[in-house]
Design a binder for this molecule. Structure first.
Ligand code: SF4
Ligand code: FES
Length: 248
């Protein structure tokens, strides 16, 4: 395949960025999107030009690092996959592909296609944990009865990889899907009850402080989420928040 790539180049958060055209040839359908960018970068380095900076780590859909807006969609045109799992067979010979960073005030551009998602870390740090007695008398988690449905829902919520596609897809740059997944995975389990009130208040407050927008029930986040995190988690977080607010 021969492709035209229109790639966002930006030196740092304070500089103005712009789309730059690149032509690439010899792209195979079995290549991943990131492998295609590797080929481009090898070519740029060989020509003495600066390679395109993009984020990646596991390259198997686990870490959530590969945050790219491809033709206007976070993680590109495929469903339930991350950018590193997206194959070039989803594109056609002669295509023009727009490649941009995830755009949100709370995700400042570090360079080119790489954004700083430390705001997600701070939300997580504000309450996304449980306290466990590690004195030696720790209760075996398997000895605590949990409804199958609750265990399944908690596990589904826990599959959120913190990629930020939900924010990038949202017209309000809302982080409600991410935050609600992190709240839900504990809210559904007995282990999460002790700190439930403080957790939801702290995580929602931190989310607001970071500058993410509010949810207006559009649902774009759920569609673009590579892990299929359900909007039901947002409804659950709102219930948890209301309960916590009433407790004061
Ligand atoms: S909810 Fe989905 S889209 Fe949002 S950070 Fe988690 S995995 Fe990514
Ligand atoms: S590089 Fe880890 S999810 Fe894509």
């Amino acid at each position: 395949m021969n492709l035209t790539l229109k790639i966002w180049r930006q030196s740092d958060a304070n500089s103005k960025g712009k789309l730059v055209d690149y032509n690439i040839s010899g792209v195979e359908g079995d290549m991943s999107f990131l492998e295609m960018l590797d080929v481009l970068n090898e070519d740029l380095v060989n020509k003495g030009e600066e390679p395109v900076v993009f984020d990646h780590d596991c390259r198997e859909g686990i870490c959530g690092a590969c945050s790219l807006q491809i033709n206007g969609e976070p993680h590109g045109p495929d469903r339930l996959v991350t950018t590193c799992q997206l194959h070039m067979r989803k594109f056609n010979d002669g295509d023009t592909i727009y490649i941009e960073p995830f755009r949100a005030k709370a995700f400042p551009v570090i360079k080119d296609l790489m954004v700083d998602r430390a705001s997600f870390d701070r939300i997580q740090q504000s309450g996304g944990y449980i306290s466990v007695n590690t004195s030696g008398n720790t209760q075996d988690a398997n000895a605590i009865p949990i409804r199958k449905e609750d265990a399944d829902d908690a596990m589904d919520a826990a599959t959120c990889i913190g990629c930020g596609a939900c924010v990038a897809a949202c017209k309000n740059a809302s982080a409600m899907l991410f935050t609600s997944a992190k709240v839900s995975q504990f809210a559904l389990l007995p282990q999460g009850q002790v700190e439930a009130t403080e957790r939801v208040m702290a995580m929602v407050n931190q989310m607001d402080e970071e500058g993410f927008g509010n949810c207006t029930n559009t649902g774009a986040c759920e569609i673009e989420c590579p892990k299929g995190i359900s909007l039901e988690n947002i409804a659950r977080m709102n219930r948890e928040y209301m309960k916590a607010s009433m407790k004061g």
